[in-house]
Design a protein around this ligand. Structure first.
Ligand SMILES: [Fe+2]
Ligand SMILES: [Fe+2]
Length: 299
């Protein structure tokens, strides 16, 4: 696994070499995967690390090195030269009733999943002193995001396109950077806001794909929505865990963090059913309803 470390990641890697096995610790390996620019190689590194960690956990032999603070010199994340990253408002929107419109949509979703791999890997390497289950949870998320990315790239190929063919925006990674100094803020704002917005967005997009007769793409959306409920649930679990550890009331802490980190305004319609399955409680769902998200997201 040493070979996956680019030169710029050496500091992080060397810090975490396991004395017994001479292999880098798993959080350092997650950092190495985050540096990887090629999406296929990144996905491969994530799958290999996930299999390694699952096998290790089954044997009671884990190498997260939670006590280590890793450093990440150079630019993160590794990403391919394309897509071009542009301002969100300059991105084109097209009707999903045309093949070209669906390709643009599938590409945008693939870009979200590529970012989601990076976001989950970042949670694994960046935050020391968390329980082993925290790292295992986020590595599992990274592996599922890599799977989602692969499904969308395959579907794009059916349409004669590849990831990188259209411009994209960098909003997801920007929130990751903004919350890099505090794991509580990360849990509050990335899974519970950005990933949760995906739960809301999915049903109307799926309905339009179905309407256009693209059942295959709609089926991919079903897989993604199912898994994303789990990701948001993981975010809720660790957000509450950290609030309890710090003696904070989760509702008050959330309001404070949302203001401090400029959380994007929540806009309905919300997918209340999925949000409930993902662990948002009655008070949180009521707050969303009060914010004008009365109607359920279209099924
Ligand atoms: Fe995903
Ligand atoms: Fe996700």
């Amino acid at each position: 696994m040493n070979s996956v470390f680019p030169d710029s990641a050496r500091t992080g890697a060397e810090l975490s070499v396991d004395a017994a096995t001479s292999q880098p610790g798993w959080r350092a390996a997650a950092l190495a995967a985050l540096y990887e620019a090629d999406p296929l190689a990144k996905s491969g590194a994530v799958s290999a690390l996930y299999a390694l960690a699952q096998g290790g956990a089954a044997r009671g032999d884990t190498h997260w090195h939670a006590e280590q603070t890793l450093s990440a010199p150079g630019d993160l994340p590794g990403r391919p030269a394309r897509p071009d990253l542009v301002e969100p408002r300059s991105l084109q929107r097209r009707s999903m009733s045309t093949p070209q419109g669906r390709v643009v949509l599938l590409h945008a979703l693939a870009h979200i999943e590529f970012n989601a791999i990076n976001l989950a890997l970042d949670a694994v390497w960046r935050f020391p002193d968390m329980p082993a289950d925290f790292y295992a949870d986020w590595l599992k998320v990274a592996a599922e995001e890599a799977y989602h990315f692969s499904l969308l790239v395959k579907r794009l190929a059916d349409y004669g396109h590849a990831y990188g063919d259209f411009p994209a925006h960098n909003g997801l990674w920007e929130m990751c950077e903004r919350t890099s100094g505090d794991v509580l803020a990360r849990m509050a704002l990335v899974p519970r806001v950005l990933e949760a917005r995906g739960l809301d967005a999915s049903p109307p997009i799926r309905a339009r794909l179905k309407q256009a007769g693209d059942d295959e793409s709609a089926a991919i959306l079903d897989i993604i929505l199912h898994d994303e409920v789990g990701h948001v649930r993981i975010g809720n679990h660790w957000f509450r865990h950290l609030c309890a550890q710090r003696g904070l009331d989760p509702h008050a802490a959330w309001l404070e963090l949302a203001a401090q980190y400029h959380a994007p305004k929540m806009r309905g319609p919300f997918n209340f059913e999925a949000r409930r399955s993902a662990g948002f409680d009655d008070a949180e769902l009521e707050t969303l309803k009060a914010q004008g998200g009365d109607g359920d997201a279209e099924k």
